[in-house]
Write a protein that binds this ligand. Structure first.
Ligand code: LMR
Length: 328
């Protein structure tokens, strides 16, 4: 034990920074809101930091702040421009203040699978959307999938009309609001870190999220059950400040962007397995999961798909067509 303590002290003393960066290394802070491990984004951020810290040792050093410990998703966008952080990965639903084009990703029942999402994000149309916020100072480095969303509530939901009169927590997305209203329910926009408390105290009756968020945030413990609707995508934009990125020494920037690309591919390849594991974790922990019959599913689709019409002007029919085409 003594030797370990001594080693620990020596290791700490050698590092000027509490998170282990050396003097002279450029510090890259990555702030996100989800669990640090066992979650598609948490694991991807860890992998990214590991690669940067190994391959760019001496030049750069990445620190990851999980679980909203540094910023929530609204604040992190300002923090990027102020240089308080260099990386974030908010959900694509949360960029409405900067662009309305990402409303595409929120359209209910748009993508039939995560493979379709990968096909779209790797297409010219998808890649072209990485840079659409550069006029307001942000560059997308990649899309990180997180899974398809499920509904949970404090009563059983089998068809959309079961949700009538209930209040659901949503992300800051007008598409989600329209979708919830189409179910005859009401929506309340809340930061992610407030969701568990809001469900527990009855401020809201339900929410929609991926298996990984429902499990790692323990939402299922304060809900009657989760209905497997797969109604909408949750995916993130790995985003940085355009000014920061362009200010990097070209060699360093190339190396950093290459690592970001490779991590993005690897992370997306892992999502389906992590999601399935967290679905099973909910069952193993005693949570209730309701599967839909084909007829029930049809009702969810029929109720929600009409909201596409409200947003197609913001997105553009060309992008909607390209996304739909990725399903086959
Ligand atoms: C949410 O707010 O529900 C999600 O965007 C959280 C996340 O980052 O997965």
């Amino acid at each position: 034990t003594l030797a370990l303590v001594a080693f620990g002290l020596a290791a700490t003393a050698a590092k000027a920074d509490p998170k282990g960066c050396d003097d002279g290394e450029m510090v890259i802070k990555f702030s996100h809101v989800v669990a640090a491990t066992g979650h598609p984004k948490g694991d991807a951020a860890t992998l990214f930091a590991k690669r940067v810290n190994e391959e760019m040792d001496g030049k750069a050093c990445m620190q990851v702040f999980a679980n909203s410990t540094l910023f929530d998703d609204d604040k992190v966008m300002e923090a990027l421009l102020l240089g308080d952080v260099q990386l974030a990965a908010p959900s694509l639903s949360k960029f409405e203040a900067y662009t309305l084009k990402y409303r595409l990703f929120d359209l209910p029942f748009l993508f039939e699978s995560l493979d379709a999402v990968d096909r779209f994000t790797q297409s010219d149309a998808g890649k072209g959307m990485l840079n659409i916020m550069e006029d307001v100072g942000y560059t997308g480095l990649g899309y990180w999938s997180s899974g398809l969303k499920q509904f949970s509530a404090d009563k059983p939901l089998n068809v959309p009309s079961d949700a009538a009169g209930l209040k659901f927590r949503i992300q800051t997305s007008d598409v989600a609001e329209a979708m919830i209203e189409a179910m005859g329910a009401s929506a309340q926009k809340l930061a992610f870190k407030e969701v568990y408390g809001a469900l527990q105290t009855g401020v809201v009756d339900g929410q929609e999220n991926t298996w990984s968020n429902i499990y790692t945030q323990k939402f299922f413990e304060v809900q009657d059950g989760v209905t497997e609707t797969n109604h909408q995508l949750l995916a993130y934009l790995l985003v940085t400040s355009t000014e920061w990125l362009n200010g990097l020494d070209p060699e360093m920037r190339d190396q950093f962007v290459k690592i970001a690309d490779e991590v993005t591919q690897e992370a997306n390849a892992n999502v389906a397995a992590i999601e399935q594991k967290n679905r099973q974790n909910i069952i193993d922990a005693g949570g209730t999961i309701r599967e839909l019959t084909p007829d029930q599913r049809k009702k969810w689709v029929e109720t929600m798909k009409p909201v596409w019409d409200q947003f197609k002007g913001d997105i553009g029919q060309d992008l909607i067509d390209a996304a739909v085409a990725s399903n086959s």
